[in-house]
Write a protein that binds this ligand. Structure first.
Ligand code: DP6
Length: 349
Protein backbone atom coordinates (compact mmCIF):
# COMPACT_ATOMS: atom_id res chain seq x y z
CA UNK A 1 0.00 0.00 0.00
CA UNK A 2 1.66 3.19 -1.15
CA UNK A 3 -1.19 5.41 -0.16
CA UNK A 4 -0.16 7.32 2.88
CA UNK A 5 3.53 6.62 2.94
CA UNK A 6 3.35 5.27 6.47
CA UNK A 7 4.34 1.71 7.29
CA UNK A 8 1.50 -0.61 6.45
CA UNK A 9 0.51 -2.05 9.81
CA UNK A 10 -1.97 -4.70 8.91
CA UNK A 11 -2.73 -7.59 11.19
CA UNK A 12 -3.13 -10.99 9.60
CA UNK A 13 -1.14 -13.36 7.48
CA UNK A 14 1.63 -11.83 5.40
CA UNK A 15 2.93 -12.97 2.07
CA UNK A 16 -0.19 -13.49 0.00
CA UNK A 17 -1.63 -9.99 -0.01
CA UNK A 18 -5.21 -11.21 -0.28
CA UNK A 19 -4.85 -13.08 2.98
CA UNK A 20 -4.51 -9.77 4.82
CA UNK A 21 -7.51 -9.74 7.10
CA UNK A 22 -7.54 -6.49 8.97
CA UNK A 23 -6.46 -2.89 8.48
CA UNK A 24 -6.84 0.30 10.46
CA UNK A 25 -6.93 3.72 8.79
CA UNK A 26 -6.94 7.18 10.30
CA UNK A 27 -8.30 10.23 8.52
CA UNK A 28 -9.25 13.82 9.26
CA UNK A 29 -12.21 15.86 8.09
CA UNK A 30 -11.72 18.86 5.86
CA UNK A 31 -13.29 22.27 5.59
CA UNK A 32 -13.97 23.54 2.10
CA UNK A 33 -12.79 27.07 1.33
CA UNK A 34 -14.47 26.95 -2.08
CA UNK A 35 -17.53 24.78 -1.76
CA UNK A 36 -18.67 21.70 -3.63
CA UNK A 37 -22.45 22.04 -3.87
CA UNK A 38 -24.27 20.27 -6.69
CA UNK A 39 -23.60 17.07 -8.65
CA UNK A 40 -23.52 16.19 -12.32
CA UNK A 41 -26.59 14.26 -13.36
CA UNK A 42 -26.20 10.51 -13.61
CA UNK A 43 -24.29 7.93 -11.58
CA UNK A 44 -20.75 8.17 -10.23
CA UNK A 45 -21.14 11.04 -7.74
CA UNK A 46 -19.31 13.66 -9.78
CA UNK A 47 -19.28 17.22 -8.40
CA UNK A 48 -20.75 19.91 -10.63
CA UNK A 49 -18.21 22.50 -9.41
CA UNK A 50 -14.56 22.40 -8.30
CA UNK A 51 -13.73 22.74 -4.62
CA UNK A 52 -10.70 23.41 -2.46
CA UNK A 53 -10.35 22.45 1.19
CA UNK A 54 -8.03 22.28 4.18
CA UNK A 55 -7.59 18.87 5.77
CA UNK A 56 -7.87 19.42 9.52
CA UNK A 57 -5.56 18.03 12.16
CA UNK A 58 -7.33 18.00 15.52
CA UNK A 59 -10.44 16.03 14.51
CA UNK A 60 -10.02 12.33 13.79
CA UNK A 61 -11.85 9.31 12.42
CA UNK A 62 -10.44 5.83 13.10
CA UNK A 63 -11.74 2.94 11.05
CA UNK A 64 -11.01 -0.77 11.12
CA UNK A 65 -11.98 -3.13 8.31
CA UNK A 66 -11.84 -6.87 8.97
CA UNK A 67 -12.46 -9.23 6.09
CA UNK A 68 -14.21 -12.29 7.54
CA UNK A 69 -15.23 -15.44 5.75
CA UNK A 70 -17.58 -16.34 8.62
CA UNK A 71 -19.82 -13.25 8.36
CA UNK A 72 -23.13 -13.64 6.50
CA UNK A 73 -23.24 -9.93 5.54
CA UNK A 74 -21.16 -6.80 5.69
CA UNK A 75 -21.50 -5.11 9.04
CA UNK A 76 -21.05 -1.38 9.78
CA UNK A 77 -20.66 -0.05 13.32
CA UNK A 78 -20.28 3.72 13.75
CA UNK A 79 -19.53 5.20 17.16
CA UNK A 80 -20.68 1.95 18.78
CA UNK A 81 -24.02 1.74 16.92
CA UNK A 82 -24.71 -0.74 14.16
CA UNK A 83 -25.97 0.96 10.98
CA UNK A 84 -28.62 -0.88 8.99
CA UNK A 85 -30.31 -0.42 5.62
CA UNK A 86 -29.89 2.97 3.95
CA UNK A 87 -27.61 4.28 6.71
CA UNK A 88 -25.06 1.59 5.84
CA UNK A 89 -25.64 1.61 2.06
CA UNK A 90 -22.77 3.88 1.01
CA UNK A 91 -20.23 2.01 3.10
CA UNK A 92 -21.49 -1.31 1.75
CA UNK A 93 -21.34 0.00 -1.85
CA UNK A 94 -17.71 1.06 -1.30
CA UNK A 95 -16.89 -2.37 0.16
CA UNK A 96 -18.66 -4.08 -2.75
CA UNK A 97 -16.52 -2.17 -5.23
CA UNK A 98 -13.32 -3.27 -3.48
CA UNK A 99 -14.59 -6.85 -3.12
CA UNK A 100 -15.37 -7.18 -6.80
CA UNK A 101 -12.07 -5.56 -7.86
CA UNK A 102 -10.08 -7.89 -5.63
CA UNK A 103 -12.21 -10.96 -6.29
CA UNK A 104 -12.84 -11.44 -2.58
CA UNK A 105 -15.68 -13.52 -1.21
CA UNK A 106 -15.32 -12.51 2.43
CA UNK A 107 -17.68 -10.03 4.07
CA UNK A 108 -16.36 -6.92 5.77
CA UNK A 109 -16.77 -5.93 9.37
CA UNK A 110 -16.37 -2.15 9.58
CA UNK A 111 -15.94 -0.34 12.84
CA UNK A 112 -15.47 3.42 12.87
CA UNK A 113 -15.25 6.09 15.55
CA UNK A 114 -15.14 9.90 15.37
CA UNK A 115 -13.76 12.07 18.15
CA UNK A 116 -16.19 14.87 17.10
CA UNK A 117 -19.99 15.03 16.53
CA UNK A 118 -21.01 12.67 13.74
CA UNK A 119 -23.28 13.76 10.84
CA UNK A 120 -23.74 17.28 12.11
CA UNK A 121 -21.96 19.23 9.40
CA UNK A 122 -18.46 18.67 10.75
CA UNK A 123 -17.54 16.64 7.67
CA UNK A 124 -17.63 13.25 9.36
CA UNK A 125 -18.53 11.67 6.02
CA UNK A 126 -15.34 13.12 4.51
CA UNK A 127 -13.02 11.60 7.09
CA UNK A 128 -15.21 8.51 7.45
CA UNK A 129 -15.17 7.52 3.79
CA UNK A 130 -11.51 8.50 3.33
CA UNK A 131 -10.56 6.19 6.22
CA UNK A 132 -12.90 3.46 4.98
CA UNK A 133 -11.55 3.57 1.42
CA UNK A 134 -7.97 3.33 2.67
CA UNK A 135 -8.64 0.52 5.15
CA UNK A 136 -10.84 -1.43 2.72
CA UNK A 137 -8.33 -1.28 -0.14
CA UNK A 138 -5.42 -2.26 2.11
CA UNK A 139 -5.32 -5.86 0.85
CA UNK A 140 -4.38 -4.55 -2.61
CA UNK A 141 -0.98 -2.87 -2.61
CA UNK A 142 -1.65 -1.47 -6.11
CA UNK A 143 -4.03 1.29 -5.05
CA UNK A 144 -2.17 4.55 -4.86
CA UNK A 145 -3.51 7.68 -3.12
CA UNK A 146 -5.29 8.88 -6.28
CA UNK A 147 -7.18 5.58 -6.61
CA UNK A 148 -8.12 5.65 -2.92
CA UNK A 149 -9.35 9.22 -3.43
CA UNK A 150 -11.44 8.23 -6.46
CA UNK A 151 -12.91 5.32 -4.46
CA UNK A 152 -13.76 7.64 -1.55
CA UNK A 153 -15.32 10.23 -3.92
CA UNK A 154 -17.86 7.70 -5.13
CA UNK A 155 -19.18 7.44 -1.55
CA UNK A 156 -18.95 11.13 -0.67
CA UNK A 157 -17.18 13.65 -2.91
CA UNK A 158 -15.68 15.66 -0.04
CA UNK A 159 -14.04 12.42 1.19
CA UNK A 160 -11.84 12.40 -1.93
CA UNK A 161 -10.13 15.50 -0.49
CA UNK A 162 -9.51 14.03 3.01
CA UNK A 163 -7.26 11.36 1.49
CA UNK A 164 -4.66 14.12 1.04
CA UNK A 165 -3.18 16.51 3.57
CA UNK A 166 -2.85 20.27 3.54
CA UNK A 167 -4.72 22.24 0.87
CA UNK A 168 -6.58 19.95 -1.50
CA UNK A 169 -8.52 20.45 -4.70
CA UNK A 170 -11.19 18.36 -6.40
CA UNK A 171 -12.17 19.24 -9.96
CA UNK A 172 -15.71 19.21 -11.22
CA UNK A 173 -16.62 15.99 -13.01
CA UNK A 174 -15.96 15.84 -16.76
CA UNK A 175 -18.69 16.97 -19.17
CA UNK A 176 -20.70 13.89 -20.15
CA UNK A 177 -19.09 11.87 -17.35
CA UNK A 178 -19.32 8.09 -17.48
CA UNK A 179 -19.74 6.28 -14.18
CA UNK A 180 -16.27 4.73 -14.38
CA UNK A 181 -14.41 7.97 -15.17
CA UNK A 182 -11.49 8.54 -12.81
CA UNK A 183 -11.69 11.70 -10.69
CA UNK A 184 -9.41 11.90 -7.65
CA UNK A 185 -8.59 14.98 -5.58
CA UNK A 186 -5.02 16.28 -5.46
CA UNK A 187 -2.87 18.27 -3.06
CA UNK A 188 -2.44 21.92 -4.08
CA UNK A 189 -0.07 22.79 -1.22
CA UNK A 190 1.30 20.99 1.86
CA UNK A 191 0.00 21.71 5.41
CA UNK A 192 2.70 24.27 6.18
CA UNK A 193 2.10 26.32 3.02
CA UNK A 194 0.09 29.13 4.63
CA UNK A 195 -0.19 29.55 8.42
CA UNK A 196 -3.87 29.36 9.27
CA UNK A 197 -6.03 28.24 12.19
CA UNK A 198 -9.58 26.94 11.83
CA UNK A 199 -11.76 27.48 14.89
CA UNK A 200 -14.74 25.16 14.67
CA UNK A 201 -17.56 26.82 16.59
CA UNK A 202 -19.99 24.05 17.51
CA UNK A 203 -23.56 25.41 17.72
CA UNK A 204 -25.33 22.11 18.46
CA UNK A 205 -24.35 18.52 19.22
CA UNK A 206 -27.43 17.22 17.37
CA UNK A 207 -27.23 15.54 13.97
CA UNK A 208 -28.32 17.69 11.04
CA UNK A 209 -31.82 17.30 9.62
CA UNK A 210 -30.88 17.37 5.91
CA UNK A 211 -27.87 15.45 4.58
CA UNK A 212 -25.59 17.25 2.13
CA UNK A 213 -26.64 14.85 -0.62
CA UNK A 214 -30.32 15.72 -0.14
CA UNK A 215 -29.59 19.39 0.42
CA UNK A 216 -27.69 19.77 -2.83
CA UNK A 217 -30.22 17.70 -4.77
CA UNK A 218 -33.06 19.92 -3.52
CA UNK A 219 -31.02 23.06 -4.18
CA UNK A 220 -30.27 22.09 -7.78
CA UNK A 221 -33.89 21.07 -8.40
CA UNK A 222 -35.60 24.04 -6.81
CA UNK A 223 -33.33 27.04 -6.24
CA UNK A 224 -33.91 29.95 -8.63
CA UNK A 225 -30.20 30.71 -8.10
CA UNK A 226 -28.81 27.26 -9.01
CA UNK A 227 -27.59 28.36 -12.45
CA UNK A 228 -25.97 31.47 -10.94
CA UNK A 229 -24.15 29.31 -8.36
CA UNK A 230 -22.90 26.88 -11.02
CA UNK A 231 -21.59 29.83 -13.02
CA UNK A 232 -20.06 31.69 -10.06
CA UNK A 233 -18.45 28.81 -8.14
CA UNK A 234 -15.70 27.85 -10.65
CA UNK A 235 -14.61 31.47 -11.06
CA UNK A 236 -14.47 32.03 -7.31
CA UNK A 237 -12.58 28.74 -6.97
CA UNK A 238 -9.90 29.89 -9.46
CA UNK A 239 -9.45 33.18 -7.61
CA UNK A 240 -9.23 31.42 -4.27
CA UNK A 241 -6.64 28.98 -5.58
CA UNK A 242 -4.50 31.88 -6.84
CA UNK A 243 -4.83 33.73 -3.52
CA UNK A 244 -3.82 30.57 -1.66
CA UNK A 245 -0.80 29.98 -3.85
CA UNK A 246 0.23 33.62 -3.18
CA UNK A 247 -0.29 33.03 0.57
CA UNK A 248 -2.68 35.98 0.68
CA UNK A 249 -4.56 35.08 3.88
CA UNK A 250 -7.08 37.94 3.78
CA UNK A 251 -8.03 37.34 0.18
CA UNK A 252 -8.40 33.61 0.84
CA UNK A 253 -10.61 34.42 3.83
CA UNK A 254 -12.82 36.88 1.92
CA UNK A 255 -13.29 34.43 -0.95
CA UNK A 256 -13.96 31.50 1.39
CA UNK A 257 -16.63 33.46 3.25
CA UNK A 258 -18.11 34.52 -0.10
CA UNK A 259 -18.25 30.91 -1.29
CA UNK A 260 -20.06 29.76 1.86
CA UNK A 261 -22.55 32.63 1.80
CA UNK A 262 -23.32 32.11 -1.92
CA UNK A 263 -23.80 28.38 -1.39
CA UNK A 264 -26.14 28.89 1.56
CA UNK A 265 -28.05 31.69 -0.18
CA UNK A 266 -28.64 29.39 -3.13
CA UNK A 267 -29.74 26.55 -0.81
CA UNK A 268 -31.92 28.84 1.30
CA UNK A 269 -33.84 29.92 -1.80
CA UNK A 270 -34.79 26.26 -2.24
CA UNK A 271 -35.94 26.00 1.39
CA UNK A 272 -32.77 24.19 2.49
CA UNK A 273 -31.73 25.78 5.79
CA UNK A 274 -28.77 24.54 7.80
CA UNK A 275 -28.33 27.53 10.09
CA UNK A 276 -29.57 27.95 13.62
CA UNK A 277 -29.58 30.99 15.91
CA UNK A 278 -26.02 30.21 17.02
CA UNK A 279 -24.87 30.33 13.38
CA UNK A 280 -26.11 33.93 13.05
CA UNK A 281 -24.60 34.93 16.40
CA UNK A 282 -21.27 33.42 15.38
CA UNK A 283 -21.35 35.24 12.03
CA UNK A 284 -22.02 38.50 13.89
CA UNK A 285 -19.05 37.81 16.17
CA UNK A 286 -16.80 37.27 13.13
CA UNK A 287 -17.96 40.55 11.60
CA UNK A 288 -17.31 42.31 14.93
CA UNK A 289 -13.78 40.90 15.02
CA UNK A 290 -13.15 42.28 11.54
CA UNK A 291 -14.57 45.68 12.47
CA UNK A 292 -12.14 45.82 15.37
CA UNK A 293 -9.23 45.08 13.05
CA UNK A 294 -8.74 41.31 13.43
CA UNK A 295 -8.84 39.48 10.10
CA UNK A 296 -11.19 36.56 10.73
CA UNK A 297 -13.48 34.95 8.17
CA UNK A 298 -16.34 32.50 8.43
CA UNK A 299 -17.23 29.44 6.46
CA UNK A 300 -20.19 27.09 6.97
CA UNK A 301 -20.73 23.62 5.54
CA UNK A 302 -23.96 21.61 5.44
CA UNK A 303 -24.71 22.17 9.09
CA UNK A 304 -25.10 24.97 11.61
CA UNK A 305 -21.50 25.22 12.82
CA UNK A 306 -19.33 28.17 11.90
CA UNK A 307 -15.68 27.56 11.09
CA UNK A 308 -13.59 30.65 11.59
CA UNK A 309 -10.40 31.15 9.60
CA UNK A 310 -7.76 33.14 11.45
CA UNK A 311 -4.03 33.76 11.46
CA UNK A 312 -2.19 31.79 14.18
CA UNK A 313 -1.14 35.00 15.94
CA UNK A 314 -4.81 36.00 16.30
CA UNK A 315 -6.09 32.55 17.29
CA UNK A 316 -6.34 33.18 21.05
CA UNK A 317 -8.25 36.46 20.59
CA UNK A 318 -10.58 34.96 17.98
CA UNK A 319 -11.17 31.90 20.15
CA UNK A 320 -12.09 34.08 23.12
CA UNK A 321 -14.52 36.16 21.04
CA UNK A 322 -16.14 33.08 19.50
CA UNK A 323 -16.44 31.28 22.85
CA UNK A 324 -18.31 34.33 24.18
CA UNK A 325 -20.76 34.40 21.23
CA UNK A 326 -24.24 33.32 22.35
CA UNK A 327 -25.16 29.93 20.93
CA UNK A 328 -21.57 28.76 20.50
CA UNK A 329 -21.31 25.70 22.73
CA UNK A 330 -17.63 24.99 22.33
CA UNK A 331 -14.76 25.82 20.05
CA UNK A 332 -12.42 23.20 18.57
CA UNK A 333 -9.11 24.45 17.24
CA UNK A 334 -7.68 22.82 14.14
CA UNK A 335 -4.76 23.46 11.82
CA UNK A 336 -3.89 22.07 8.38
CA UNK A 337 -3.09 18.41 8.83
CA UNK A 338 -2.03 15.27 7.05
CA UNK A 339 -3.98 13.02 4.74
CA UNK A 340 -5.34 9.59 5.52
CA UNK A 341 -2.85 6.97 6.67
CA UNK A 342 -2.81 3.36 7.68
CA UNK A 343 -2.30 2.82 11.37
CA UNK A 344 -1.36 0.06 13.77
CA UNK A 345 -4.02 -2.20 15.28
CA UNK A 346 -3.57 -0.30 18.55
CA UNK A 347 -4.61 2.95 16.83
CA UNK A 348 -7.96 1.45 15.83
CA UNK A 349 -11.40 2.66 16.94
C1 DP6 B 1 -21.12 21.79 2.08
O1 DP6 B 1 -19.30 15.42 0.24
O2 DP6 B 1 -21.04 15.41 2.07
O3 DP6 B 1 -19.48 20.29 2.92
O4 DP6 B 1 -20.91 13.73 -2.15
O5 DP6 B 1 -23.30 13.81 -1.48
O6 DP6 B 1 -21.62 12.85 0.10
P1 DP6 B 1 -21.88 13.84 -1.01
O7 DP6 B 1 -21.72 15.28 -0.34
P2 DP6 B 1 -20.65 15.79 0.69
O8 DP6 B 1 -20.87 17.37 0.50
C2 DP6 B 1 -20.09 18.30 1.14
C3 DP6 B 1 -20.71 19.64 0.96
C4 DP6 B 1 -20.06 20.77 1.71
C5 DP6 B 1 -19.04 21.50 0.87
C6 DP6 B 1 -17.73 20.81 0.65
O9 DP6 B 1 -17.27 20.05 1.52
O10 DP6 B 1 -17.11 21.12 -0.39
Amino acid sequence: MRCAGDPCAIAGERGDSLSIREAVAIAHPNVALSKYWGKLEGPGNFPAVPSLSITLAGLTTRTRVRWRADLPDDRVVLDGHELRGPAAARAVALIERVRSKLGLAAKAEIESRNDFPTASGLASSASGFAALALAAAAPDGDWDAAHISDLARRASASAARSVFGGFVELDAGPVGANEEDFLPARQVAPPGHMPIVVLVCVTTEAPKAVTSTDGMRRTMAKSPYAAAWLDHAPRLHGRLRDALLSRDFEHVGELAEGSALAMHACALAAGVTYWNAGTLEALAAVRALRSSGTPAFATIDAGPHVKVLARPEDAARVREAMTAAPGVQRVIEATPGDGARLGSAAEGP
